[in-house]
Design a protein around this ligand. Structure first.
Ligand code: ADP
Ligand code: ZN
Length: 294
């Protein structure tokens, strides 16, 4: 079965053609400019590919719940020109195949559950820590609820250095405290230039662990996958493991070794979004009309 998968991001749309097994056959990268230009280029690419279904992993906020009155539309994004773009409808009309849409992080959770580091468990949480912080959750279905989770905006205490956080809405939410730009504001230099032995990394790891403990208590994932630019700092993993274990404080049955296998880096690398989008297209086709705008 030939499917299409789009990783729709704020700077580029990565469009792939692939199989229902997640093999990528063709790829085209299209810059994210205005919706008309970008979506026209997407349509031109897919028009002669004979895809049977399309999955879109989209930046948010996006109406992913089929019951939402504006299902398949990008909502109030600060990305110029993109607010209220009915991306699902536009692509469905132009390509004449079923189209499924979900958040980039939900799709990443799906990819890791099907083909990555959570292949052996039923539930998985994916958190990306980059320019922003976002999370997705998969337990056989992707978690939507009223809109979709916004895991980056849970409220957390400030650290020992009393950094107040940079989220314009909340100050010290997870994203406000430990996103790449938050680390930059805290350190006075880009996160990738901050020395490994800086005490700021201890604060960052502690806050990430606090967030993960909260997610663990609420959602009970069997695996937590941490992606995004900031998590290229591999030294964060052991620090997060230690802090998570300490904060759980014996309340949940985790050994220290289990924590190390519980919180891990992504298994699919740069292909997570593309593979997930193909999995989403397949899932949509299987689910048929009810959960799918076909
Ligand atoms: P985006 O979130 O924009 O899709 P990334 O996940 O790469 O892209 O996140 C970009 C952010 O991550 C920037 O704030 C950048 O400073 C930070 N970042 C990127 N690479 C690293 C790194 N190796 N170490 C620490 N921070 C990084
Ligand atoms: Zn916030």
């Amino acid at each position: 079965m030939i499917l299409g998968g789009i990783e729709a991001g704020g700077t580029k749309f990565v469009c792939v053609v692939g199989t229902g097994k997640g093999e990528i056959l063709k790829r085209k990268v299209i810059p994210t400019t205005n919706p008309e230009e970008t979506l026209n280029a997407v349509i031109t690419f897919y028009r002669d590919q004979f895809i049977e279904g399309l999955g879109i992993a989209s930046f948010g906020p996006v109406a992913v719940n089929p019951d939402h009155p504006r299902y398949g539309s990008i909502l109030a994004t600060p990305k110029a020109g993109w607010a209220n773009t009915p991306i699902l409808q536009i692509l469905k009309d132009a390509l004449g195949c079923p189209v499924a849409i979900d958040t980039d992080v939900n799709v990443a959770a799906l990819a890791e559950a099907e083909k990555g580091k959570a292949w052996d468990v039923k539930t998985c949480l994916y958190l990306t820590i980059g320019t922003g912080v976002g999370g997705g959750y998969y337990d056989g279905e992707l978690l939507h609820g009223r809109l979709h989770p916004e895991m980056g905006h849970i409220l957390l205490p400030t650290g020992k250095d009393d950094f107040k956080g940079i989220c314009p809405f909340h100050g010290n939410c997870l994203e406000g405290l430990i996103s790449g730009p938050a680390i930059e504001a805290r350190a006075g230099k880009k996160a990738q230039l901050l020395e490994e032995d800086s005490p700021i990394w201890d604060e960052v790891a502690e806050t990430i662990a606090q967030g993960l403990v909260n997610f663990q208590m609420v959602l009970s994932p069997e695996r937590i996958i941490l992606g995004g630019g900031v998590m290229h700092q591999k030294h964060l993993f052991p620090r997060i493991h230690k802090a998570f274990y300490r904060l759980i404080n014996g309340y949940l049955p985790f050994t220290e070794e289990e924590v190390e296998c519980h919180i891990v880096s992504p298994g699919l690398g740069d292909d997570t979004g593309s593979v997930g989008a193909l999995m989403l297209a397949l899932k949509g086709l299987k689910q048929g009309q009810s959960a799918f705008e076909g």
